[in-house]
Design a protein around this ligand. Structure first.
Ligand code: CMP
Length: 140
């Protein structure tokens, strides 16, 4: 089915100047960019986005990292977009990510892991709505 998923290029990858390289991987895999915005997240925005992880021991470091610089927030659309994006990203921990994945190629650590991607259809809808009003998602 045609799905949408939320991608965030995290501060480490933005700082490395690889937004375009990561976008190319999405496009070459048949995913279309249907919304995009560069944003310096506030602490409240980062905490709200990752609220599901609020009780986890890594939460504070995760929020600190996500507000350490601008991120590129992008909605992707395409056949099986959620799983396709997760396959392109590779494992959360770059040490465990398969060769040729975004995290294997661009990430430094489990915190500075280059990209975020929605993990399921329900979270994708919530995450896209968190950053983009419906009228700013240009399905095509
Ligand atoms: P992300 O997909 O953005 O979702 C939550 C983030 O928490 C995750 O990527 C990692 O960057 C970060 N994180 C840090 N430690 C862990 C951990 N032990 N398990 C899962 N995520 C972690």
């Amino acid at each position: 089915a045609i799905e949408r998923t939320l991608s965030i290029i995290k501060p480490d990858a933005v700082a490395k100047n690889v937004i375009g390289k990561i976008y190319s991987r999405f496009e070459e895999a048949g995913l279309k960019i249907v919304a995009a915005r560069m944003v310096q997240l506030s602490r409240a925005e980062a905490e709200g986005f990752y609220a599901v992880h609020a009780a986890r021991p890594f939460f504070k470091d995760l929020v600190e990292f996500m507000i350490s610089g601008p991120v590129m927030v992008t909605a992707l659309e395409g056949e099986g977009a959620i799983l396709k994006n997760r396959d392109l990203m590779g494992a959360t921990d770059p040490k465990k990510a398969d060769a040729g994945t975004i995290r294997a190629d661009f990430a430094d650590s489990i915190d500075a892991n280059a990209v975020h991607g929605s993990d399921a259809a329900e979270t994708a809808a919530v995450e896209i709505a968190y950053y983009f009003p419906a009228l700013n998602v240009y399905s095509r």
